[in-house]
Design a protein around this ligand. Structure first.
Ligand code: NDP
Ligand code: 8X3
Length: 272
């Protein structure tokens, strides 16, 4: 990453949701590595012990120039989100970059057999959770710059939000909602200096499929059999690239595939 990017990121406070695993975890490391001298990271997820380990690993790798605050946060709990933002320590309280990454998928059931609990948890996390965090952080972004506003909101969508597939009725609907909310927000903030950035990954190997199949690693591994999926670091690089552009440049919309993928369901698999 060029020094221009580290200069642009210097001094910023980055809030990442879902930082305990996968894309969120990689994004924390990528920001820290890109601007190791002067950066503040607020890392959130439900697994606080994992976040503390990641915080320690980051400081061990890049040094004390990056200050890391791990905070336990369930994005689906609106009260928790509000009180979290309101009680951030002063040095972390001005969020410059919000990475709305927390998300999950549950199962591959098709209507009318989708468990109500799975419907609720996917919408509550992927949609309401993302909106909760955005609404809690946005007021402070709007006040900056004499009311012109400042900051980046980076929403992690998915190819699933553009192309619904069999067995993804709810997850795809949540990611379509994220795409729609992201687009509305960008339009609503047109007079402000707040960048609204959408990043839609294709297949990335993380804990995503393990969560989808309730911890069944063999089923999760089968999703990637014969494929060469993206790594979470690939998406982290795109996120930091977007945040590191000149302030007048908005990477509004991206779709990122591994080489073997051309749509949600068109993937070339090598036979083994
Ligand atoms: P992981 O399962 O590896 O990471 C998901 C993260 O979300 C974890 O850190 C988890 O932390 C967090 N999370 C889940 N529920 C909540 C909650 N209620 N409150 C706070 N944090 C929560 O998956 P990925 O890294 O792959 O997923 C990250 C994002 O990328 C998701 O939005 C996903 O939809 C999206 N995506 C993933 C793709 C893929 O192929 N992997 C492709 C396209 C998009 P914890 O359990 O500690 O709370
Ligand atoms: C994850 C990508 O295609 O598995 O968002 O739903 S997919």
């Amino acid at each position: 990453m060029s020094s221009a990017v580290s200069q642009r990121l210097a001094g910023k406070t980055i809030l990442i949701t879902g930082a305990s695993s996968g894309i969120g975890r990689s994004t924390a490391f990528e920001f820290a590595r890109t601007s190791p001298k002067d950066l503040k990271l607020v890392l959130t997820a439900r697994r606080i012990d994992t976040l503390k380990e990641i915080a320690a690993e980051i400081v061990k790798e890049v040094g004390e120039g990056v200050k890391v605050l791990p905070v336990q946060l369930d994005v689906s709990n609106a009260d928790e989100v509000r009180s979290f933002v309101g009680s951030l320590p002063a040095e972390f309280s001005e969020i410059d970059v919000l990475v709305n990454n927390a998300g999950l998928v549950k199962g591959v059931a098709q209507a009318p057999n989708i468990a109500e609990e799975d419907v609720s948890v996917m919408f509550a996390t992927n949609v309401t959770g993302l909106i909760n965090v955005t609404q809690a952080v946005l007021p402070s972004m709007l006040k900056r710059n004499n009311g012109e506003g400042a900051g980046d909101i980076i929403n992690i969508g998915s190819i699933a939000g553009r192309e619904p597939y069999v067995g993804g009725g709810i997850y795809c609907a949540t990611k379509a909602a994220v795409r729609s909310f992201t687009t509305s927000l960008r339009k609503e903030l047109i007079a402000k200096r707040i960048r609204v950035i959408g990043i839609d990954p294709g297949q990335v190997e993380t804990e995503f499929s393990v969560v989808r199949f309730g911890g069944d690693k063999a089923k999760a591994d089968a999703v990637y059999a014969g494929c060469d999926p993206l790594t979470p670091d690939d998406i982290a690089e795109a996120i930091v690239f977007a945040a590191g552009r000149r302030e007048n440049v908005v990477i509004a919309d991206t779709l990122i595939f591994p080489n073997h993928q051309a749509s949600a369901t068109i993937l070339h698999r090598k036979s083994t």
